[in-house]
Write a protein that binds this ligand. Structure first.
Ligand code: BG6
Length: 470
């Protein structure tokens, strides 16, 4: 476009975190262990999450920094095991109080809380009872969600059900955030997937019943899929992956039905979940108010003819879904894109396409709940981090956001990853995303002091003027 429409006046300017990656205090004040805390096989060099950024003890200081940047919203997750230590038993009053305090602190600064109910940290006790592959966990989640609505529903207007359900299913075993407990892990993962869809649907219904004025939606990771070439077989492969990676999740969340291409794939592989009587009615009855999604990069795939094992295909079920399947698709690099220091492709224009694709298909307002650059940052002697590379990354993605707004897509807000530095899912604290630097290394906690990065001032200026700084 030659002329861009401005960001809406009530645009939600936010940034995101998740409980286990930022809070620390992993066993304090009655919190129970989640699967993150009981994980024993952390990748080499990765710190644990016991202290993280110590946000649990420093939330007031952190909220003050967010307010200084001018945030009008903040997306964080609630740790299920602070509220219900074993997942489905007694409620822990100290955990309930912590989030009241945090929410009150935000509201006192005019910051709208956007709450994720579940961000990877399944209660360990439920995992021992079969985890998400068991309906015990579905029921426990719905109970937990109702506790959250009863406690916080009058204060919190924006709710997200499950963070990146699709990534948990596709990469969760590798990242150690989902356990494959049986000898048919691919089938078990798909049962876990189905049980999460049910949990999400029942939760959306409960929220609407209790607080009709509140808004709730899913938060998958959505990535536009390019065909490697205009070859028709590559285009079909792209559509296959799009169905399995993206639309499976959003079709269920929005329309309450299994995407037919994805379902055919699951059936052919013999891993389709068991659907109990009444499940489909529940799925169909639930309607989200918006679609939140995390965007980091696009995917590019090529045809994978039968008889040819796609490159990079791992032995594990979840890796197979990510890398490809013969007869379905195979993942390839996109030669037109550069990568981050951590090997992730950077594609701002792909973000515009992703907005358009979701909007075209569902016509629901969108919120970006993650997007950002993981990089090695250096704290310089002036007490700053000169992260012009991060500013550039965010600027280019926000330009494309404005292009999408001008295309006619309804976008409610932008919440990049992350408000302050925290521990990455599997690459430690060295991979930083925040506007605020937290002074610690992998194994030296130092004083965990906070320092404003250059991107902090850039984001502040952007929010103040509601315009991208020149
Ligand atoms: C998303 C997750 O997948 O990506 C976050 O929701 C995660 O929890 C983020 O931190 C970035 O990934 P990573 O591996 O760099 O931490």
């Amino acid at each position: 476009h030659q002329r861009l429409k401005p960001f809406p006046q009530d645009f939600l300017w936010s940034a995101s975190t998740s409980a286990y990656q930022v809070e620390g205090a992993w066993d304090e004040d009655g919190k129970g262990p989640s699967i993150i805390d009981t994980k024993t096989d952390l990748p080499e060099g990765t710190s644990d999450f016991t202290v993280a950024s110590d946000h649990y003890h420093r939330y007031k200081e952190d909220v003050a920094l967010m307010a200084e940047m001018g945030f009008t919203a903040y997306r964080f997750s609630i740790a299920w095991t602070r509220i219900v230590p074993d997942g489905d038993g007694e409620v822990n009053p100290a955990g309930v109080k912590f989030y009241h305090d945090l929410i009150d602190e935000l509201l006192a600064h005019g910051i709208e809380p956007i709450v994720t109910m579940f961000h990877f940290d399944t209660p360990a006790a439920l995992n021992e009872k079969g985890g998400w592959a068991s309906r015990t966990t579905t029921d426990a989640f719905v109970r937990y969600a109702n506790i959250l609505f009863d406690e916080y529903g009058s204060k919190v207007k924006y709710w997200l059900t499950i963070n990146e359900q699709n990534m948990m299913i596709m990469l969760g075993v590798k990242l150690g955030i989902i356990d494959a407990l049986t000898d048919n892990p691919a089938r078990e993962l798909m049962q876990a997937n189905h049980n999460m869809f049910l949990a999400q649907a029942r939760t959306m219904i409960a929220s609407h019943e209790k607080f009709p004025e509140n808004k709730i939606g899913p938060a998958p990771n959505i990535s536009y899929v390019y065909p490697a070439s205009p070859k028709p077989e590559d285009v079909i492969a792209a559509d296959n992956f799009n169905s399995i990676r993206n639309w499976l999740y959003l079709d269920l969340a929005v329309r309450g039905e299994y995407n037919s291409v994805a379902w055919a794939y699951l059936e052919e592989k013999g891993i389709a979940p068991e659907i109990a009587e009444g499940d489909l009615e529940v799925l169909r009855a639930a309607k989200p108010d918006f679609i939140a999604f995390n965007y980091y990069n696009t995917s590019t795939v090529a045809d994978a003819p039968f008889g040819e094992n796609p490159d990079g295909r791992g032995a594990d079920a979840d890796q197979q879904i990510a890398a490809g399947e013969e007869g379905v698709y195979k993942a390839v690099d996109n030669p037109h894109l550069v990568k981050t220091q951590f090997g992730w492709e950077i594609d701002p224009v792909g973000m515009r396409m992703t907005y358009r694709a979701i909007w075209d298909r569902y016509r629901l307002p969108l919120i970006v709940t993650e997007n950002g650059l993981g990089a090695f940052d250096e704290l310089t002697e002036d007490g700053r981090v000169h992260d012009d590379y991060r500013i550039e990354y965010l600027r280019r993605h926000l330009e494309q956001t404005q292009e999408a707004i001008t295309d006619g897509v309804e976008i409610l807000g932008y919440s990049p990853w992350t408000a302050i530095d925290l521990v990455s899912t599997h690459q430690g604290v060295a991979k930083r995303y925040g506007f605020v630097y937290v002074d610690r290394t992998e194994d030296d906690l130092r004083d965990l002091a906070r320092y404003r990065k250059d991107s902090f001032y850039w984001y502040q200026e952007l929010i103040r003027t509601n315009e991208l700084p020149a």
